[in-house]
Structure formats: C-alpha cells, structure tokens
Write a new protein. Structure first.
Length: 242
C-alpha cells in the first residue's frame, strides 16, 4: 500500500477513537444548552423550547462537520486527481452548507423574537437570501460564531479520527493484526518445540544414567554364558563316559 501510493511516513493510528464519539455527544449537548439560551428569548416555551430547537441545529452542525472531516476532507490528500478534485468540491460545498445553516439559525433567532415562532421560518429564509449578514442583535452574531466554532471542533476531530490519507490507517491496523497473529502462532510453536526439547533432554539424561547398569548387566550375561558353556562341557564329558 505504501509503495503503491508513494507514502514514506509511518501511518498515524490515533488511540482512544471511541472517546471521539463521547466528545461529539458532549459538544452537541453543550452547544444545545448555549444555543438554547439564545433561542429562549423568541420561543413560546421559553428555555425548554429554545433548547429543543437548538438540539436539532447542533446535531446537524456537529455530525455534518464530523463526517466532512472523516470523508471528503481526507480524500483531498488522495493521489488521484479526479477523486481529489471531487473531494475538494464536496468539502467546500459542505462548509458552505454549514455556514448557511448557521446564518439561518441566527436569522431564525432574530425572526422568532420579532414575529414569533410560527412565522419565523419564512421570515428567516427571506432575510437569509436578502441580507445574510443583517443580524438585528449582537446575540445572533454570538450564536453564529459559536456554531462555527463547535463545527470546526467537530470537523477537526473527524479529520483526526484516522490517518489523513484514506485507508492508510485501516491498512496499518490490518498489518499489525496480522503481525500479532503471526507472533502468537510463532510463540505457540516455539513453546511446543521447547517441550519436545525438554523431553529429549530428559530421555538422554535417563539413558546416560542407565549406562553403568547396562555394563553390569552385560558382565552378568557374559558370566552366565561362561558358566553355561562350562556346564555343557561337563555334560559332554559325562555323556562320553557313559
């Protein structure tokens, strides 16, 4: 993979990837509470209604920015120009969509204060196309800035979720898993080899320990054979005499 894509650096394998999802949840909750305070002024249900509107906007903001960082933004590093160009266009389009989302949220907040929640949607869309920067309250600018800041955090966490070069981190992890599997099997085979070696050494030691006994037994066999020959000679003499 490295040779094919002309990569000379080692892969970056970020640890604690599951903590990223926890951080995203915290970011959504924090942004929802802060934005809910801003939306509460124009909401008929007060703070609860403001938080309800803010949760939807925050979830879309955080998740969209995160997946922009995980996907299209990382494919800008791809060696192929076709995919690189498509990824760049999609990333720019996604950033533009996020900016529009926050412009709309800020105008929706202004419209909710001015005309109420029921007519706020239409008025916010109209104001978004006619005068995107025409916020009536500095609080709306705070809402816009905070949304972009939380979106930027989510985008960066998505970009750092794996190696910046697509598929390089996954390939690196598969290589290490294969290496660990090989090392485990290698250790198992060597453990078996150690057992065989130990059994062989014990057999040799037992054989060496029995060598003196084999010498004594051979002497006994030779003595018994000599006695048997002498006994046979005496038998032959007695037979001839008879």
């Amino acid at each position: 993979f490295r040779a094919k894509h002309r990569l000379t650096r080692p892969a970056r394998d970020p640890g604690g990837r599951w903590t990223t999802f926890g951080l995203l949840f915290v970011v959504i909750a924090l942004e929802s509470v802060i934005n809910g305070v801003f939306f509460a002024k124009g909401s008929e249900a007060g703070l609860i209604g403001g938080v309800g509107v803010a949760i939807g906007i925050s979830a879309v903001n955080v998740l969209l920015c995160f997946f922009l960082g995980v996907g299209p933004a990382r494919f800008i590093n791809w060696r192929g120009w076709v995919l690189k160009s498509v990824a760049f266009v999609v990333t720019v389009g996604g950033v533009f969509a996020v900016a529009l989302l926050h412009f709309f949220a800020a105008h929706f907040r202004d419209a909710s204060v001015a005309v109420g929640e029921r007519q706020a949607y239409a008025k916010a869309l109209s104001q978004l196309w006619q005068n995107p920067l025409g916020f009536s309250d500095i609080t709306s600018w705070y809402l816009f800035g905070l949304g972009l800041a939380f979106g930027l955090i989510s985008f960066w966490k998505g970009y750092q979720f794996d190696d910046p070069y697509p598929y390089y981190g996954a390939t690196f992890r598969r290589e290490h898993e294969a290496h660990d599997t090989y090392a485990e099997e290698h250790d198992e085979f060597f453990d078996e080899l150690k057992n065989v070696r130990q059994e062989t050494v014990e057999a040799f030691r037992a054989g060496l320990a029995n060598i003196p006994q084999y010498v004594a037994k051979s002497e006994q066999v030779r003595a018994a054979r000599t006695a048997l020959l002498e006994e046979f000679k005496a038998y032959e003499g007695g037979l001839q005499q008879a």
